[in-house]
Design a protein. Structure first.
Length: 154
């Protein structure tokens, strides 16, 4: 990714730092890439507001999807949109901090479509949790007065 594109995405990202926006972590088992939130081959514009940092694995699984089935209702719903939605409204961390839990139809569909709990990510989160680096703090700008995103209650 070019330095210019990287700086542009940093300015518009929900976190304001190099953190994946679908799975808000600073570390990944794969490199970060720039994701077109609304795929270009589906009419997505080429503007900074429609770009997000994503690990390459999530980017590959999202591909050109904008909708996916909710795992509870089976109905097609829009995927999580990091510019229009707040992460904590749609997701929570499992009690041990290793899995992303979908709280809403869009959250559940995104967890499944992007495979946010694939083995490599769960293992990485387990190590980061043990090192005190996980779960990550709430992305800047979402709820500045709130503490880091807590794990979900059982």
């Amino acid at each position: 990714m070019s330095a210019k594109v990287s700086r542009t995405v940093l300015k518009t990202s929900t976190s304001g730092d190099r953190r994946a926006e679908f799975n808000p972590v600073r570390y990944s088992v794969q490199s970060f890439s720039v994701e077109h939130i609304q795929p270009r081959n589906r009419g997505g514009p080429r503007v900074a507001d429609h770009l997000a940092f994503s690990c390459q694995g999530c980017n590959n699984h999202k591909y050109n999807k904008e909708m996916a089935a909710d795992s509870v209702s089976g109905e097609p719903v829009p995927l999580f949109h990091p510019r229009n939605h707040h992460w904590r409204d749609h997701f929570a961390w499992s009690e041990d901090g290793t899995e992303v839990l979908g709280l809403t139809p869009s959250g559940r569909a995104t967890v499944v479509a992007l495979q946010l709990n694939r083995e490599g990510l769960v293992n990485l989160r387990r190590l980061l949790f043990a090192a005190g680096e996980h779960p990550p703090p709430e992305p800047r700008g979402e709820n500045e007065a709130n503490p880091p995103v807590p794990p979900a209650s059982p």
